[in-house]
Design a protein around this ligand. Sequence first.
Ligand SMILES: Cc1ncc(COP(=O)(O)O)c(C=O)c1O
Length: 370
Amino acid sequence: MRLEDLPTPQVVIDRRRLVANMDRVQQLASAAGMQLRPHAKTHKSPIVAKWQLDRGASGICCAKVGEAEVFVGAGFDSVRLPYPVHPSNAPRLLALMDYAALSIIVDHLEVAHGWSEAMRAAGRTLDVLVKVDVGFHRCGIDPKGDPIGFIRAIASMPGLRLRGLLSHAGHGYQASSEEQLCAVARQEVETLIDIRDRAAASGIALDEISVGATPTLRFSVRQLGITELRPGNYVYFDRTQVALGAATFDDCALTVLATVVSKPAKDRMVLDSGSKTLTNDQARGITRMPGFGAVLDANGRVDETLTIERLSEEHATVRVDGLTTLEPGDRVRIVPNHACVVSNLVDVVRLVEGDHVVDTLPITARGRIT
Ligand SMILES: Cc1ncc(COP(=O)(O)O)c(C=O)c1O
């Protein structure tokens, strides 16, 4: 089957780029002596996750229990949830623990008590990592508060086995320079190592130091003390990662194939990939990238004359600066701003080599948001 035989929009994965991304990051992690545990939220596909394990990944991450149910059901036996899962989900987690080694994060004493109680009652032990807020200010304990007091409390809770510390430097996405991004990665490790050493001095060994975000990955592999990397986006990359210097457009494995459906004026045309395909996410990053994705020309280069200015649910309104030969019926590929949310919107993605569709991958965990 060729891409031209399929209706649009389609989410398309370039097989060679996907393989190159998986290989490159696995090699980076292995060379640094760190485990790679990719976050499966990006692809939500057990098939892609299996390719990551085949290359040496130590396991996978899922955000939600619903995702974990899909992956454990598909045979994955080591799943980490770096998400503040609430103990009301304990029956679901206990069911999965019969088949897989699971771990979660904790950053709140009452929540941790809830997990401890659920595990104690079931006669089980759940691996936990303390989530540390390294500057993103989303989840995590405050490293300037009393991290050792918190760690001591978790270490003493029955039914929980404290494995280590975990962080996500999501504020790296706001960096305005390469130096800032590097500093985010350095400070992240310094914060975690400081807590690890203080915990050790008070008699608590923390074996795992887990960090994970695609923008900071290239700096994290140069740091000492990290045991695990949990990037997700690297498998496909996207326009935001290009803007952050983490990838080039030639690395971006996921594109959206769209058709020109209207050209009401010389300076305006409409594609059939609206917010239900490209999502409303803006690109973030060091280099400013306006609009809702980069439209590629026939040679796969970014067509700088085309800006996706506006999205409705089913329409992408494109501003044309200069002349374009594109007419209704013509097709283009778009590098989206944020690949992870795009793949969650489709039932299948098309794996391609050039224009040849070599496979159709079901996005088995799509929509598994509970
Ligand atoms: C806790 C956690 N770990 C790892 C990741 C992976 O980060 P990235 O998408 O930058 O690869 C995320 C992404 O949101 C996350 O929230």
